[in-house]
Ligand binder design. Structure first.
Ligand SMILES: *Cc1c(COP(=O)(O)O)cnc(C)c1O
Length: 409
């Protein structure tokens, strides 16, 4: 008899996006002449930068000739891309990360989900609330929860991000071993300062814990004094891995390329307390289970760092950030407390009603789709996320309609 991994039975079905789809379909059926504008998605909408497309085409042509054809590539990424990442994203900012500490992959989702395989089953995990669900579900699948109760997985420590702490949680009183942090944050759009990040690095050093730092939205930071990488904090290299992605920064959500930094100094411990380099474990895991990202896609990612690529990527994020500013301005003007939208493509809105009531209000009165905050965790109840990933025209039209609907509501 093939027995299942029963941890999967603990997983709560997420009805968030199917519930949204159902309500939108019902609205559309009842109002066939109204066009619905979707500001709920966490996916980019604009084309890849021209520099990436040119590199992609050239690399595809190389695959057409025996002399330049490439088969299996190095599992951890081609040197040209590992070098480019280390140089442009780290060394150019004074952060000493070497090319062999860069692990190229096909997604920060996969990496942030897979990384927990390297930890013992009884590792105590801390996750943000509200949260990017991948951190939670992958740990539940691995058996780190004893069950679902009162809207939370027992056994996980939830780091509450609320108005009271400005959506930046402080280290917990409980002792935890692995900590997921995401800045700029999805879904709240909040961004941490170095001073707010420092206690986390200190906590990890003191408790021999590990920080899993998700910096998928780093390209949207608009203040150079804010940390672009956790490694800007002294002592972080021993206690943190960092996830980055070309998805949101350069429009690669459908093309797939990301990377994870595992510094050589970063340690894990066996049950006797003996230290082992985490670098070797992740290297072994990736080499065994992963085949690498396709050659043309890695060439396209490399082009992000060319002078044209840099300009085009900045132009892309500027476009979305102008949308975000409009969203935040309008919603604040309507009297809603907002965070985010300043260093992230999301605005987190205090709904003053429950999440789904606010969702229904925007949909039915304005024909605009947002994401109910409750879908991201207990602390998301009473909030909604509005995404800046759409065309300027759509954002402007949506906000006009929202303004009209909410001022008459
Ligand atoms: C979109 C997103 C990612 C990126 O995922 P990819 O798999 O690289 O596309 C990672 N973390 C968060 C929080 C995200 O929102």
């Amino acid at each position: 008899m093939i027995v299942m991994n029963e941890n999967y039975l603990q997983l709560q079905a997420s009805y968030l996006f199917s519930d949204i789809a159902k309500r939108v379909t019902a609205f559309q059926d009842n109002n066939p002449d109204r066009d619905v504008i979707r500001l709920g998605i966490g996916d980019v909408t604009r084309a890849l930068p021209a520099a990436c497309i040119a590199a992609l085409h050239a690399a595809v042509d190389e695959m057409a000739e025996d002399a330049s054809f490439r088969g299996y590539g190095p599992e951890l990424g081609y040197d040209f891309l590992r070098q480019a990442v280390a140089e442009h994203d780290f060394q150019a900012r004074g952060i000493d990360i070497a090319a062999d500490e860069v692990f190229i992959s096909d997604g920060a989702k996969c990496d942030s989900g897979n990384f927990q395989e390297l930890f013992a089953p009884d590792t105590r995990i801390a996750v943000p609330d509200p949260v990017y669900p991948v951190y939670v579900d992958t740990n539940v699948m691995a058996g780190r929860s004893t069950g679902w109760q009162d809207g939370r997985y027992q056994g996980l420590v939830y780091l509450e991000s609320t108005q009271a702490n400005n959506y930046i949680p402080a280290p917990p009183k409980d002792k935890v071993d692995a900590i997921y942090l995401c800045f700029p944050n999805n879904p709240t759009g909040s961004m941490v300062t170095k001073d707010q990040l420092r206690p986390w690095v200190d906590y990890a050093r003191e408790h021999q814990a590990l920080i899993l730092y998700d910096a998928a939205y780093v390209e949207f930071i608009r203040d150079a004094s804010l940390p672009q990488s956790i490694y800007e904090l002294e002592g972080a290299k021993e206690v943190a891995v960092e996830f980055r992605s070309f998805s949101k920064t350069a429009g690669f959500t459908g093309t797939r390329c990301a990377y994870t930094i595992v510094p050589r100094q970063c340690q894990v411990y066996d049950s006797q307390g003996t230290a082992h380099p985490l670098h070797g474990l992740w290297d072994r895991r990736q080499s065994t289970k992963f085949n690498g990202v396709s050659y043309p896609v890695q060439r396209a990612a490399e082009a992000v760092y060319s002078p044209d690529g840099k300009r085009q990527v900045r132009e892309l994020s500027d476009y979305y950030m102008a949308n975000a500013a409009l969203i935040r301005q309008t919603m604040s003007g309507l009297g809603y407390a907002c965070v985010g939208g300043e260093h992230a493509p999301y605005v987190w809105i205090k709904a003053n009603t429950d999440s789904w009531q606010f969702f229904d209000l925007l949909l039915n009165k304005a024909g605009v789709v947002c994401t109910p905050g409750a879908g991201f965790g207990k602390c998301g109840e009473g909030y909604a996320r509005i995404s800046a990933f759409n065309s300027r025209q759509n954002v402007e039209t949506a906000l006009e309609r929202v303004g009209a609907a909410l001022s008459s509501a």
